[in-house]
Design a protein around this ligand. Structure first.
Ligand SMILES: [Zn+2]
Length: 398
């Protein structure tokens, strides 16, 4: 087979931990692109240049493994391109000691990982990811690379998702002595109690680490990076049904971008009027303002989506509560729903709906739009006999 028809580029590199040489490979970037991507950046389907490679899932090849000392990391670290590689000195000794202890997590998992065969099986990709995380967690908390951990946990969540959701992804047989992979993973938690054993556990840990990374503050003060991380967080929160947290982050992105846009415009106007900016700087700032405008629009849309999800989820029980009131008023509805822990989005919408119905009944307003009411008929507000869901509340329908 000619090199042109191969998906991988083979490389021999020295391990940054044990300094032994081993063979690795990475996928030629021109050979593959993503076809369908989810909100949390997970690629569901890939498009290959040649159909003969369609069985390959590039994310299975993301982590490299040294068969000599069981070290697992991204290729950039193996090749010395990762600037944060300096932290390795802090754990090098630890890894070398643990890999000689056959009862350690590092040695057990390392001895099982097989990334050499083609194609790589999902169980091997998963073990390599878990090993990479385990190694990163050896760093003391103040040296930990939260962005990297967040990314590894997220990639692990994708693997768990693919394991259950993708039909053409078939794991190899479970390790000897275990009836299933689940049983094996459960046993591993003896050595690593916090090890994520399913998608949602991995997502939770990814969220935790992304938050820590954001709290730490970006060293580059790079708003594009921060915003990208926060959008991933929003999608992860939505996956976990933590809609309130999702909404908080959308608002936070919105505020940060609005503020940054104002600052950038100010600097741009001032710089141009004083002739202190060159063409390149002006272009960069205009690009940034355009990007911020698009991001702000995206926030507005996303916030609508999350609001709608919150309301849809809470509406049925909130409506029942209001309908059980003998004499509902705006204040009583608001207080009761807030006391019961309903989201402000739901409280405001329901109070607004109540007021609209009341106003209609008293003839103070025009035809109702009722656009907030999910899946109920609207527009026939004059007919109190049908009266929609609020007919009973305002004394109609009897
Ligand atoms: Zn090594």
């Amino acid at each position: 087979m000619s090199a042109k028809h191969q998906a991988f580029i083979p490389v021999t590199t020295k391990c940054p931990i044990c300094e032994c040489e081993s063979q690795h490979r990475y996928i030629k970037s021109k050979m593959v692109s993503s076809l369908e991507t989810e909100d949390d950046l997970h690629v569901v389907t890939y498009k290959w240049e040649s159909p003969e490679f369609e069985h390959i899932r590039p994310n299975f090849y993301h982590i490299w493994h040294c068969p000599h000392c069981q070290f697992c990391e991204e290729k950039e670290v193996f090749r010395g391109d990762d600037k944060s590689g300096g932290k390795l000195e802090l754990i090098q000794e630890k890894i070398l000691i643990l890999q000689r202890n056959p009862k350690s997590f590092l040695a057990i998992i390392g001895g099982m990982i097989n990334l050499r065969d083609e194609p790589v099986e999902i169980n091997n990709a998963l073990l390599a990811h878990l090993q990479a995380i385990y190694i990163q967690q050896m760093l003391s908390p103040n040296n930990r690379q939260f962005a990297k951990l967040a990314r590894f946990y997220l990639r692990t969540a994708w693997l768990y998702r693919e394991w259950t959701a993708l039909e053409d992804v078939v794991p190899g047989p479970p390790p000897q002595g275990f009836p299933s992979w689940e049983a094996f993973l459960e046993k591993l938690t003896v050595l690593w109690p916090d090890m994520p054993r399913d998608e949602s556990a991995a997502i939770k840990l990814s969220i935790e680490n992304y938050q820590r990374d954001l709290d730490k503050g970006s060293a580059l003060d790079d708003i594009r990076h921060d915003v990208q991380v926060m959008f991933v967080l929003v999608s992860l929160y939505m996956r976990m049904e933590a809609l309130d947290d999702a909404l908080k982050y959308v608002r936070f992105i919105f505020q940060r971008c609005t503020q940054k846009r104002q600052e950038t415009r100010h600097v741009l106007e001032k710089g141009v009027s004083l002739g202190k900016l060159n063409g390149r700087q002006i272009e960069q700032m205009r690009n940034l303002v355009n990007w911020l405008n698009n991001t702000i629009d995206r926030c507005t849309e996303l916030s609508e989506t999350v609001n709608h999800k919150i309301f849809e989820k809470e509406f049925p029980t909130a409506r029942d509560l209001v309908m059980a009131m003998a004499e509902p008023t705006q204040e009583l509805i608001g207080d009761t729903l807030r006391e019961q822990g309903y989201h402000e989005v739901t409280v405001r919408k329901i109070v607004a709906m109540f007021n609209r119905q009341l106003a209609e009944k008293q003839g103070k307003s025009g035809p109702a739009t009722n656009s907030d009411t999910p899946s109920t008929n609207s527009g026939n507000s004059g007919d109190q006999k049908k009266g929609g869901i609020w007919g009973r509340l305002t004394g109609g329908g009897k």
